[in-house]
Design a protein around this ligand. Structure first.
Ligand SMILES: Nc1ncnc2c1ncn2[C@@H]1O[C@H](COP(=O)(O)OP(=O)(O)OP(=O)(O)O)[C@@H](O)[C@H]1O
Length: 373
């Protein structure tokens, strides 16, 4: 190591750390042109004062769904004075009152009166504003499945989508964002018959796409020559495992901190390897956090049991939740689809083949995420 390789105490490797923050909305947003265009097309009627087409954005974590909506909302804000947009994170705001409060705050820039006001009153204030100002409202419901888990999805969707029936002249469109369309199992026919969304799919990014996107973050986030092509490729290989770009951005940030901690001017593969231990949990914990309470209980039973036979697992699950076999079976399949568990038929049971269920991650990592959630 030469003197030049050593970082002085007041020096940093980061040219602009904000570029590596999770909520940063990048200028360069490649590989999502068709999804952005589909969104723009669906929202186009709003620019002419009409209700837009509703949309459902579907794709695994970290594939750019939220960012795509924020990009298009930015365009709408800049070019369409007759349209107002609001984004609600349903993980945080999971009741009808919380959703409308969030919308209120984004429309009026102030919090609604917080004591004693009913949902109906708040909703009417929003709708009356839309009617009198002749504005169209677009609401993005991020992680919409959370409203299903909390049992509020139908009332929220119903209020927004059928507002025009009760308040003629109200024009509201909804963009739902989910990881998996089957997460919306709870929507009833009254909602489905008006939601009828344009489904826009966000597939996992491939290796070349991940590299392209991360190169841009490296260019603006770090000083030149902080990360070599080889080390960046190592980062990409880790991201490829999950397809979650958030892991990649987090990995770059943590690797930079690790190199700084060593007092080095360059990020080495050891900094990335060390950072991955923390970053990989980011993906896992976020995914686990999105599961319903019963799915979390089931995953916890599997993680605690090591390898477990399906029959035994069902017995413990039923004792814990009182849920029946059909729900259990559906949840095991979902945990398998999400890649948290293996549930293959192996060995022989007394009455035929047995299904052995085990986690695909370290049980401790899963239990840690469940504890954090
Ligand atoms: N095409 C892209 N170009 C540049 N950055 C991207 C792109 N796609 C995603 N990102 C970045 O990856 C991170 C995750 O993206 P985003 O939050 O939009 O994903 P998501 O699909 O909404 O994830 P989740 O389902 O977990 O909420 C963000 O920091 C975002 O800026």
């Amino acid at each position: 190591m030469t003197g030049n390789d050593i970082l002085l105490w007041d020096e940093t490797l980061f040219k602009d750390l904000s570029v590596l923050e999770p909520d940063y909305l990048p200028e360069y947003f490649p590989h999502r042109d068709s999804q952005l265009n589909a969104l723009r097309f669906a929202l186009r009627p709003a620019l002419r004062g009409m209700r837009p087409l509703n949309c459902l954005l579907v794709g695994p974590p970290g594939t750019g769904k939220t960012s795509a909506v924020m990009k298009v909302f930015g365009e709408v804000g800049a070019h369409a004075p007759g349209v107002v947009a609001a984004k609600v994170n349903c993980q945080i705001d999971s009741t009808r009152f919380a959703v409308i409060s969030r919308i209120y705050r984004q429309l009026f820039g102030i919090s609604p009166p917080n004591s004693g006001i009913a949902f109906r009153k708040l909703f009417e204030t929003v709708v009356n504003f839309l009617i009198s100002s002749e504005k169209v409202l677009i609401v993005a419901l991020d992680d919409l499945n959370y409203l299903c888990y909390e049992g509020h999805a139908n009332e929220v969707m119903y209020s927004l989508l059928r507002a025009h029936e009760q308040y003629p002249g109200a024009k509201i469109g909804v963009i739902g964002i989910v990881n998996d369309a089957s997460d919306l199992y709870c929507l009833d026919s009254r909602v489905n018959s008006v939601f009828l969304p344009e489904e826009i799919s966000f597939p996992r990014y491939g290796e070349a796409e991940i590299l392209d996107i991360l190169k841009d973050r490296v260019k603006y986030g770090f000083y030149p020559k902080v990360i070599s092509d080889d080390v960046l490729e190592l980062v990409v290989s880790y991201v490829e495992k999950t397809g979650d770009l958030r892991v990649g951005i987090d990995l770059l940030r943590r690797s930079g901190f690790n190199a700084e901690r060593r007092g080095s001017r360059v990020i080495l593969s050891e900094d990335v390897e060390k950072a991955y231990e923390a970053s990989k949990l980011l993906h896992l914990c976020r995914g686990i956090n999105l599961l319903s309470d019963s799915e979390k209980q089931l995953l916890e039973l599997i993680a605690r049991a090591d390898d477990v036979k399906a029959g035994e697992l069902y017995k413990s699950f039923h004792e814990l939740t009182q849920l029946g076999y059909t729900r259990f079976y559906g949840m095991v399949n979902r945990l398998q689809t999400l890649n948290y568990v293996d549930a293959d038929f192996t060995g022989k049971g007394k009455r035929g083949r047995t299904r052995i269920i085990k986690t695909k991650y370290e049980a401790d990592d899963i239990l840690n995420c469940l504890k954090k959630g």
